[in-house]
Every structure is written in C-alpha cells, then in structure tokens.
Design a protein around this ligand. Structure first.
Ligand code: ZN
Length: 160
C-alpha cells in the first residue's frame, strides 16, 4: 500500500504498526493497542481515516467495558426486546427521543442513564414502579399493551 508521506513529500510505501495510543473518552484517557500506518522510509505517521475511526471505536469500546456501559448494539436490542420505538423507550425512561437516538448512533450514555438502561433490561417491575405513563396524546401506539402486560406479570417473570 502506498500513501503520501508529509515528511518525504512524496508517495511512499506504508506499513502497519501496533502501538499503544491514548485517546480521551468523555474526558478520561483510554489507552489502546492502536493500529497505525507509518512511512516505510522515514517512519512518519500517515493519517488514515478508516484506521483512525477503528482506533477510536476500540477506545470507546474499552471505556464502555471498563465502566460497565452497555454496547451500542445492546441498547437497540433492549429496546427491540420490548417492541418499543425510540420514542416509546424514551417516554418510559423519561428521556428525549433525541437522547436515545444519539445513544443508538454510538454516543456513550451517562452513568445514570446507563443504570436506567440496565435496570430496564433486567428488572421488569422497575418499569411499572418508576415510569409514569405519558399522557394519552403523547402515548406511542406500542405502550398501553406493554404497561398492562408488565403490570400483570411481575411475579411470574421473577420466577423465570
Ligand atoms: Zn516518509
């Protein structure tokens, strides 16, 4: 593979190198085994957008694991498990639809929001204990059935 080297000021052969790099994630340094491209002649770093986003994704993922924050895919899975739209789950959790949409697009949930999500996933009665049903006019079509079902079956679910 060849790419432009800013130091040699010409196209050079480039090679991959593994290197510890530290990325700031939510203001905290996260060190990962990054994949970088360097010029095979002078060793200068060659910026590569695809590798850069891979490294960033790795740092985000490591941060999530360290903090016990659910993965992007998990968030969508939790929502779909209950047959909810983004608007529906946002109403139940007391968030704005933009918030859940951001989280599903890869933004890292805040620690309290993460706890809400985990409890929502694991503890069915939490839903009926803590969420106020929205006003009828704001009620997403998927909601009433879910409220009835979960209000009726908490004990049964705990035994499973
Ligand atoms: Zn070079």
């Amino acid at each position: 593979m060849r790419a432009y080297c800013p130091r040699c000021k010409t196209e050079r052969k480039v090679k991959r190198e593994h290197r510890k790099e530290t990325y700031p994630v939510k203001g905290e340094p996260v060190t990962i085994d990054a994949n970088v491209l360097i010029c095979s002649m002078c060793g200068t770093d060659i910026f590569n957008e695809a590798l850069d986003s891979e490294n960033l994704a790795l740092a985000y993922s490591k941060y999530r694991k360290a903090k016990g924050i659910v993965d992007v895919d998990e968030i969508t899975k939790i929502r779909k498990k209950y047959g909810l739209s983004q608007r529906g789950i946002a109403a139940l959790l007391g968030w704005s639809p933009a918030t859940i949409s951001r989280y599903e697009a890869g933004a890292i949930p805040s620690i309290p929001h993460n706890e809400q999500l985990c409890r929502f996933d694991e503890d069915a009665p939490f839903l009926t204990r803590n969420a106020k049903p929205p006003q009828d006019s704001a009620l997403p079509p998927c909601l009433p059935g879910i409220y009835r079902k979960r209000a009726r079956q908490p004990r049964q679910r705990q035994k499973e």
